[in-house]
Write a protein that binds this ligand. Sequence first.
Ligand code: CS2
Length: 484
Amino acid sequence: MAARGGDVTVAHLSRAEPAPRPGVVHLGVGAFHRAHQAVYTDRAMAATGDQRWGIVEVAPRSTDVVAALRRQGGLFTVLERSGDRVTANVVGSVAEAWHAPSEWDEVAARFADPRIAVVTLTITEKGYLADAVTGALLDDDIVRADVAAVAAGERPRTGLGLLVAGLRGRLAADAGPVTVLSCDNLVGNGRRLGALVGEFVSRLPGTAGPALAAWIASSARFPSAMVDRIVPATTPTDRADAARLVGAIDDAVVAAEPFTQWVIENDFGGDRPPWERAGVELVADVAPHETAKLRVLNAAHSMIAYLGALAGHETIAAAVADPAIRGAVEALHRDVLATVDAPPGWDLRAYAASVLERFANPALGHRCDQVAADGSQKLPVRVVPTILAARAAGRPSAAATLVVAAWLRFVVAGRSDDGRPLTVDDPARDALRAVPASDAGRLLRAAAVVPPELAADDAWVGDVTRYLDDLARHGAVATTAALT
Ligand code: CS2
């Protein structure tokens, strides 16, 4: 397809060389995946000439990106934005793209293909179908329907269901060992995914469950990983910049910050892409990296998103330039640094400072409401552990507590302090809005983001109540004064 751009006719990005051979299946074709794992895999293949690691993209729901990638022979552009500099790189690691709901047979065949050695996932926190506090697999209609679908050999609907069905097909085809690599922001993401797959499999009726469980125990690995790159949602400006810099229309373009990091626990079931040649760190234990990243970077991101949105800032960069919000983040970082161990070779103070610098990148245009989405899934992983660690050590955690209150205020009020409506996208929204807005105890029980012992701690709930009251009366900026 061609379109007129100014006086030149511009065509879609298209591939002249053959696509790499499929070696990786990826579930969840979002912007983050394209700017992160797909780039590392592209670089690893370019650095080594080993073309066996093409990515088979599987979209559990949306069709747009699948259609765009197909149209473009799998190619897409990653823009790097920093200050007023923007550069463009075309990424060639995508071999195929499939839409699971309408093309399940093709997807199942890829899982059962012996050339596939690794399955990666970016299905977001809520895609794990786990209770955010206990980590256990949910027992709701969605999970029950998917367990029944896998048992009947039919197409599952969730990412987790697709994975289990794929593993079952792999066992049936005797396609060999596989590594399942979670790339979502959860602590112990691989271990948790392995446990959730195990719970899912144990609910399969008859002998299917034990047989699959035994095969998974012998042939599948679930290493944990820390992933990091800020990748905002794509905008029309990104498409225009890609057209200008690459000279082609790109409907799958993504824009990211220059920084990128991937630390993977070195525990693979079989072969794998030569990712270390592209800058991936392979370590024996990734837990310290995950913990530090989630509590320093992601927790601060959430704080900035909620306080920023309430204070009327559209973007993370604008919010972190507000001295009141920056001061609150520095207070949060003091709480975090007092309770977190540095990963080997890291200087946590320098890390915290570098994170603030990355957030300040004005070229990203990262919207507060994007980071604010799904707080009920994110806070238990990134913010609540700091409150619990501080409590266990007899230390205060006012800043982390304020994040919980700001999230509640954001979801329940749905308006900025000057009355403008906010985009609130959170699975707990309706449950929270059914409870009186100032009743912290009931709100916390309605959303289950903190463990029961914290929700029953009157002193802590009293702190949340006071912050909620201050946020409602005086607004986000004035409330941060209590921290500094
Ligand atoms: C963000 C993350 O949206 C969010 O919740 O905190 O997506 C963040 O940008 C990445 O984890 C950075 O690696």
